[in-house]
Design a protein around this ligand. Structure first.
Ligand code: PLP
Length: 439
């Protein structure tokens, strides 16, 4: 009997009692490979003694100091390091406690920026269908995941959505990647003009779509086109890297691979690596300067922003993930994972696509490969895959049936960056066996 309202009310969950490297062990002594990092959280692996020591050292000094009164070395040095790692143009950092909080802060920051620069008429947010930006009201309204939004629709603020960049389904046979990117950029421009050329605050997108589509990167040139459209109309570009950022795709920021610099970036999950709940918003100097020269404040704030223990943990996680070899391992093991999955499952009649970037990999399931119809909009197969995988000692993240009511069945994989070849091969074997058993 549990007193916790778990995500799903149903069979008892195994109790996790320890974690080491890429493994989690439950109270019955069963060991699971953390093949999805929960949902792409575990970046440097479990049980890292250096991170625990950094947290302990911070707690020995001070565990908490309210950010209206004090700053701390831990928060300052984390911000410095994130700015150092970010492409030029992202110069300041706002520290929060997780992904949804980061997105909420980014949205408010963007709106306040418009007010500060004398454009208070700007009031619209545009995002993409089939996206996920978090579960709080503003973040949920921004996301385009129809299933997650459905019952809350009446209480969501108005937002606007355009198509995602989902080449495997939506690029036309007679279209090059460039044409496809141009068509999507035109769709964004049309939407901006429909709402009013000077009425839009920001466009929000995940560089690699995570929870809703399953590790779908954009086609080459898409984000450059989008950046041009945003610049033409003074629309801020917010990239949500809560899931795909902090090394997950083989570079610290996923957008480094797109050749654009956004105005605002959100990160979370991999930043704390699961050691502490933490997220961050990186912003450009033009936004910071507008606040400094205008009202002199960002009218926002939560009790735990800039938490020193979380910042100390994240500081050490970032130090570890930026050591020589770590991003190379993400790229090499990511390739091995995708190639292994293609060899094991590529011919399976219900596998439509295997894709991703770095250690962020999606396996899309279909009813049949020609029609690309979803396998099971009723979600039952996903529960079965999860059960079969857990029974084989693999944690993976199957999702789907959630997209515009019809499509997007997939399994997401996002193992820790320290994973070794034999562990990647075990993920492949266990997932292939689980899918064969469930489908
Ligand atoms: N943004 C993206 C892209 C996400 O994938 C998520 C979570 O999956 C969030 C925001 C919300 O993050 P959190 O669950 O930490 O609130």
């Amino acid at each position: 009997m549990t007193r916790i309202l778990h995500r799903s009310i149903g069979p008892d969950l195994p109790r996790a009692v320890s974690g080491q490297g890429v493994y989690i062990t439950d109270a019955a002594g069963r060991r699971y490979i953390d093949g999805s990092g929960g949902a792409a959280v575990t970046s440097i692996g479990h049980g890292n003694a250096e991170v625990l020591e950094a947290m302990r050292a911070q707690m020995d000094r001070i565990a908490y100091a309210h950010t209206s009164f004090f700053t701390t070395d831990a928060a300052e040095s984390l911000a410095d390091r994130l700015v150092e790692l970010a492409p030029e143009g992202l110069d300041y950092v706002y520290l929060v406690s997780g992904g949804s909080e980061a997105v909420e802060a980014a949205l408010k920051m963007a709106r306040q920026y418009c007010v500060e620069i004398g454009q208070p008429q700007r009031r619209h947010i545009i995002a993409r269908r089939q996206s996920y930006h978090g579960n709080t009201i503003g973040a949920l309204a921004t996301g385009g995941n129809a299933w997650r939004r459905a019952q809350f629709q009446p209480i969501l603020p108005e937002t606007h959505h355009v198509s995602p960049c989902y080449a495997w389904r939506d690029q036309r046979p007679d279209e090059t990647a460039q044409d496809y990117a141009a068509r999507l950029a035109q769709e964004l421009e049309d939407k901006i003009l429909e709402l009013g050329a000077d009425q839009v605050i920001a466009f929000v997108a995940e560089p690699v779509v995570g929870a809703t589509l399953g590790a779908v990167p954009a086609v080459e040139g898409y984000f450059r086109r989008i950046r041009e459209v945003c610049d033409r109309y003074g629309v801020l570009l917010i990239l949500d890297e809560v899931m795909c950022g902090m090394g997950r795709t083989g570079t610290i920021f996923a957008h480094e691979q797109e050749g654009v610099v956004p105005d605002i970036v959100t990160v979370a999950k991999g930043l704390g690596g699961g050691y502490q709940p933490i997220g961050a918003v990186l912003l450009s100097a033009k936004i910071y300067d507008a606040f400094r020269d205008g009202s002199g404040l960002f009218q926002h704030g939560h009790t735990y922003i800039g938490h020193p223990v979380a910042a100390a943990a994240a500081g050490k996680v970032v130090e570890i993930m930026t050591r020589p070899g770590m991003m190379d391992n993400v790229q090499a093991m990511g390739l091995r994972l995708r190639e292994g999955l293609k060899a094991a499952l590529g011919e399976h009649p219900n596998i439509g696509d295997i894709r991703g970037r770095g250690l962020f990999c999606g396996v899309e399931l279909v009813a049949d490969r020609d029609s690309k119809q979803p396998l099971d909009p009723g979600l039952k197969t996903h529960a079965k895959i999860k059960r079969e995988a857990m029974a084989r000692g693999l944690m993976c993240y199957p999702m789907g049936g959630t997209i515009d009511g019809i499509r997007g069945d997939h399994v997401l994989l996002a193992p820790p960056y320290i994973i070794q070849p034999d562990e990647v091969d075990q993920i492949v074997d266990r997932l292939a066996a689980a899918i064969r058993a469930a489908v």
